[in-house]
Design a protein around this ligand. Structure first.
Ligand code: ATP
Length: 284
């Protein structure tokens, strides 16, 4: 379990993570979402011990990590936004280096490496220099590397950026399988359909503050689980309704008066845009 307790980070009088309190349960797949500049990366950097909180605490599995950065490093596995594998080394050599860094014995490294290369379906390409592999393959190796030291939490920072739809879905299957096996996962992403597809619960950060927290279904229900999109005179408007009946009732009233009208279920992107329009979310 991760507990963020009044976590705050200030840069030169500017508070970018503001009194953030949040509990992420063991085994959860949690999505940390928010517009550009909301403070997601800064929060992740604090979890990675790359930035020191100005105040507040990070408690993982009952241990205060703010005072014990070595322990925190070993409990977290990071899949970074930018591919930072050594391109001249093979996948095996990249994983081997990571295992050494975390003090795994030669035997433990070998066993874990083979297990993970099989898991990410890269065993047959594991002895080629990484630079020759596709973006999707490199990202799968990043996952294997992050898991080498058996971290209790896996942080995925925009893990599918730049991937084609097939590779993206393959990554989704992989991380879902990990989570089903009990791995706690924290994801940040700008692809809201990704958070919708993967996360049990999401938190929406805005200007360093947590403004929404719940399951994707709860967040959608807060604005209305069904949306009627109306096109009229080149303009598109969205209207939200709690039930399909209410939405179809509205369609009955307006369909003869507008160019076109459609009904669908609300998605997380609608929630995000709705909150932005209501100025509950501010973008850079
Ligand atoms: N080292 C730093 N010094 C000063 N300001 C910083 C520093 N790092 C981040 N910031 C500021 O903190 C704010 C939050 O940035 P952060 O990168 O955490 O947001 P984010 O939610 O990850 O955004 P994005 O979605 O664009 O990656 C931004 O306004 C950024 O300019």
């Amino acid at each position: 379990m991760i507990v963020l307790e009044s976590l705050t980070k200030t840069f030169e009088n500017r508070t970018v993570v503001d009194n953030l309190s949040l509990t992420i349960e063991t085994g959860e797949f949690f999505g940390l979402l928010g517009p550009n500049g909301a403070g997601k990366t800064t929060t992740i950097r604090m979890l990675m011990t790359l930035a020191k909180p100005t105040s507040g605490r990070i408690i993982i599995d009952g241990r205060d990590m703010t005072r014990d950065s070595m322990a925190m490093k070993s409990m977290i596995g990071l899949v970074p936004q930018h591919i930072n594998l050594d391109g001249d080394l093979t996948a095996r050599e990249n994983l081997e280096m990571h295992g050494r860094l975390f003090g795994l014995s030669a035997e433990a490294r070998k066993e874990r490496m083979e297990e993970l290369l099989a898991f990410v379906e890269m065993a047959d390409r594991a002895d080629e220099p990484v630079r020759r592999l596709s973006g999707g393959m490199k990202r799968r190796i990043l996952i294997a590397r992050a898991l080498m030291h058996r971290p209790s939490i896996l942080l995925l920072d925009e893990p599918t950026i730049g991937l084609d739809p097939i590779s993206r879905r393959r990554m989704w299957d992989l991380v879902r399988k990990l989570n089903t096996g009990g791995q706690t996962i924290v994801l940040t992403t700008h692809y809201l359909e990704e958070a919708d597809a993967l996360c049990n619960r999401v938190g929406l950060l805005n200007r360093g503050k947590l403004v929404e927290l719940g399951t994707p279904a709860e967040l959608k229900a807060r604005i209305g689980a069904f949306v009627v999109e109306v096109d009229d005179g080149g303009k598109r408007h969205s209207h939200f309704f709690p039930t399909r009946e209410a939405a179809t009732g509205y369609i009955g009233e307006i369909q003869d008066k507008v160019d076109s009208v459609s009904l669908r279920q609300t998605n997380l992107e609608d929630v995000f845009i709705h909150l932005t329009a209501g100025e509950r979310l501010g973008t850079d």
